[in-house]
Design a protein around this ligand. Structure first.
Ligand code: PGA
Length: 259
């Protein structure tokens, strides 16, 4: 299977989110094979987008979660509250939060533990900076992010974990990573996950690529067996681009279908 995660970030309000959700779902229409689509609108639009998504195969994701179940945490939202809003997936550790809100590896870890404990599927974002890649430290950075984010984590037999490899230098820049770089890092991430969760089966992990995925390059990533899907920001709010991404995923799935 292939998954397409649409991370709308803080780019659309409630009304625009509803319209974009409808338009995004239309891109699935009439296709024999469709990817799993996870739509992550801003928090304020979750309940309205939920109504649109409810009539489809798509699921709802949140862009963040707090690590406590309830309490005096002004402005925060727990996993259970998200579930009540129909959310099944949650993006954790996105580099924009690490950069602008100083989210640390320790905070990311607490969020992962909380989400998994409440049966929400985390979409854990990891990725190196340009300087780290140039210094040949990309793997070491990703490994350190994974091991600290997943410290103490347990995956139930039915549990799922998504990891999005998102090199910081590729996010919102129009400069995506090379397919070779992505394959190499995805294989490495899978090996780390197998080490961290020795009892899990491979179907419990999905490794996505994110960073300037658009209508033109999506196919080159999605056709790779090591790429379980894509996490799309900028192009997910541009419906023509998004349509191309869904078409690419559908084409790959069609080609893989046993005859
Ligand atoms: P982008 O963002 O597609 O705009 O590069 C990806 C992301 O931030 O998840």
């Amino acid at each position: 299977m292939k998954t397409v995660v649409a991370n709308w970030k803080m780019n659309v309000g409630v009304r625009e989110s509803v319209a974009l959700a409808r338009a995004s779902l239309l891109t699935l229409r009439g296709r024999k094979m469709i990817p799993d689509l996870v739509i992550c609108p801003p928090f304020v639009a979750l309940s309205e987008v939920r109504k649109v998504v409810a009539r489809s195969s798509a699921t709802l994701g949140a862009q963040n979660v707090f690590w406590e179940a309830s309490g005096p945490y002004t402005g925060e939202t727990s996993a259970r509250m998200l579930q009540e809003s129909g959310v099944t997936h949650v993006i954790i550790g996105h580099c924009e939060r690490r950069i602008h809100l100083h989210e640390t590896d320790e905070m990311v870890n607490k969020k992962i533990l909380h989400a998994l404990g409440e049966q929400l599927t985390p979409i854990l974002c990891v990725g190196e900076s340009k300087a780290s890649r140039d210094a040949g430290e990309a793997r070491a950075i990703v490994e350190a992010q994974l091991s600290s984010a997943l410290r103490g984590a347990r995956l139930h037999t039915q549990g799922r974990l998504f990891v999005a490899y998102e090199p910081v230098w590729a996010i919102g820049t129009g400069e995506s990573a090379g397919v070779g770089e992505v394959i190499e890092m995805h294989r490495f991430i899978r090996s780390v996950l197998e080490h961290v969760f020795p009892d899990a089966h491979t179907g419990q992990f999905s490794i996505l690529y994110g960073g300037s995925v658009d209508g033109e390059n999506a196919y080159s990533f999605l056709r790779e067996a090591d790429v379980d899907g894509v996490l799309v920001g900028t192009a997910s709010v541009k419906i023509n681009q998004f349509k191309e991404i869904i078409a690419s995923a559908a084409e790959v799935l069609e080609a893989q279908r046993p005859t």
